[in-house]
Design a protein around this ligand. Structure first.
Ligand code: NAD
Length: 283
């Protein structure tokens, strides 16, 4: 039986010398993760699909932190664009050690009204896009091999899932199916590449204050309704997710692979059951 030898490198939360790629990094959670990785020492490829100015702004913020940044336009659902993005990243930074498959969209419709275009668009970005980016990451990690001076692992992949990999979501069958798919894509890939010291994990955010879900928090009534679903009684901020991502990308989590980390203020704790009295027997 083969065994990975103990790596003499001391465990570190720092990411110097580990270039990272974050998809959908021009806004919301992806932007926060790109900045969080840069604060921890990584140079960052800032992928965007439609807003070059926002991506440039993120790149400038990264440079202000003393790190290098490369904005790259690519639609992650298109194989040729993903390949071109990796070519640009590798030619600029030499290699990648961390890939965060974060880009995601919603195209909501009740089930009987959902068009094939809505279904395909969401599966294309949220599931196929993560497959394509993770596949290119594995290819690059294998090509380069372990660099013991920067990390114990050959590479780290983070998939952005959602509480809706667990919680069914009427009116969002395409989105929930894409995130359920991510759970099994992540675990299967983690199982396949663990012997090579490639770590693969997912983050499942609850309700995070970003442009994807503005209508869920931008009025007092919407916010109050949302809080009924959140035992911790506050909305999540993109930095809540960024801190989890930095931990999963660093050697601090070196023995963690194949795991989904729920960062959701308890949304998956069945808050409707919090008042057990409702179900107690009459005396
Ligand atoms: P967001 O809309 O701010 O970010 C999504 C990003 O993906 C945007 O930058 C967008 O330009 C990019 N994108 C869209 N299509 C793309 C494509 N084809 N190619 C490349 N990039 C593309 O929303 P967010 O909340 O930051 O979402 C980020 C991820 O977090 C998504 O995967 C989403 O499903 C997940 N998520 C968000 C929440 C939340 O409450 N905000 C909860 C659970 C999961």
């Amino acid at each position: 039986m083969t065994e990975n030898p103990p790596n003499p490198r001391p465990v570190s939360s720092r990411l110097e010398g580990q270039p990272a790629l974050v998809t959908g990094a021009s806004s919301g959670i992806g932007r926060a993760i790109a900045l969080g990785l840069a604060r921890a020492g990584a140079d960052v490829v800032v992928n965007y699909s439609s807003d070059p100015k926002a991506a440039e702004d993120v790149a400038h913020e990264i440079e202000a932190l003393g790190r290098r940044a490369l904005p790259v336009k690519a639609d992650v659902s298109k194989e040729d664009e993903v390949l071109a993005m990796y070519a640009a990243a590798l030619s600029h930074f030499g290699t990648l050690h961390i890939v965060v498959c974060n880009a995601g969209i919603q195209k909501d419709a009740s089930f009987a009204e959902m068009t094939l275009a809505q279904w395909n668009a969401v599966i294309g970005v949220n599931l196929t896009g993560q497959f394509l980016c993770a596949r290119e990451a594995v290819r690059e990690f294998r090509r380069r091999g372990v660099v013991q001076s920067v990390s114990r692992a050959k590479g780290k992949i983070l998939h952005m899932s959602s509480v809706h990999q667990e919680i069914p979501w009427a009116g969002h069958a395409n989105y929930a199916a894409s995130k359920g798919g991510i759970a099994m894509l992540m675990k299967t890939l983690a199982q396949e590449v663990a012997p090579e010291t490639i770590r693969v994990n997912a983050i499942a955010p609850g309700a995070i204050r970003t442009p994807i879900n503005t209508e869920a928090w931008n009025t007092p009534k919407a916010y109050d309704d949302l809080m009924k679903l959140v035992p911790y009684k506050r909305i999540g901020e993109p930095d809540d997710i960024a801190r989890a991502a930095v931990w999963l990308a660093s050697d601090d989590s070196d023995y963690v692979t194949g795991t989904t980390l729920f960062v959701d203020g308890g949304m998956t704790l069945y808050p409707d059951f919090a008042s057990g009295a409702r179900f107690s027997r009459p005396s």
